[in-house]
Write a protein that binds this ligand. Structure first.
Ligand code: FES
Length: 174
């Protein structure tokens, strides 16, 4: 299965020293309260942290500004529902927690339902969650990141990977 070819893959050809200069690490930000605690729990105990050898949906997204990366894999059952998940992230606490939280919501869902969750999550991160967003589950805790607008991208990076992976899966012939 082919991983999404990120435009940033070119960075692999840049000498490591130059890469360090061009990709400053952003410091982790303090996340307080119940939501902050939940984010830190997913960061410290990532769910579905595994690799699937025969995934149907597979994608990787890379943030060239910090060097952080999210890799997501889904295995579908005969009804087209998510039966197995592989989720890995390298980087800041937010991208790692967001990858864990997002994947935790996907068990048993069809790809249409996965896309719906994704749309709702993206909207909530950009505009704030509403009363009808309760079904986002632990993903709601990432609302705490909205106080650091520059870090919203960290929270959405795994979703971008997932969306690209689904797009590639649907575009596959046969
Ligand atoms: Fe890079 Fe968070 S600092 S994804």
């Amino acid at each position: 299965m082919k991983l999404r070819q990120s435009p940033c893959a070119k960075l692999d050809t840049i000498p490591i020293f130059d890469r360090l200069i061009s990709m400053p690490q952003l410091p982790d930000v303090p996340l307080d309260g119940l939501y902050g605690d939940l984010v830190m729990d997913h960061y410290r105990n990532p769910r579905n942290h595994a690799s699937i050898s025969d995934a149907d949906v597979e994608a990787e997204e890379f943030n060239p500004f910090c060097g952080d990366r999210a890799t997501l894999q889904l295995k579908l059952d005969g009804q087209g529902r998510v039966s197995e998940i592989g989720a890995r992230a390298d980087g800041c606490s937010i991208i790692q927690a967001a990858t864990s939280m997002l994947c935790d919501q996907l068990h048993g869902k069809s790809l249409d339902e996965v896309a719906e969750i994704g749309e709702r999550f993206r909207h909530a991160m950009k505009n704030g969650a509403g009363d009808d967003d309760l079904e986002l589950g632990d993903l709601l805790a990432l609302q705490v990141v909205r106080q650091y607008p520059v870090r919203i991208k960290c929270a959405l990076l795994p979703l971008t990977a997932l969306e690209e992976g689904i797009k590639a899966y649907r575009a596959r012939p046969g």
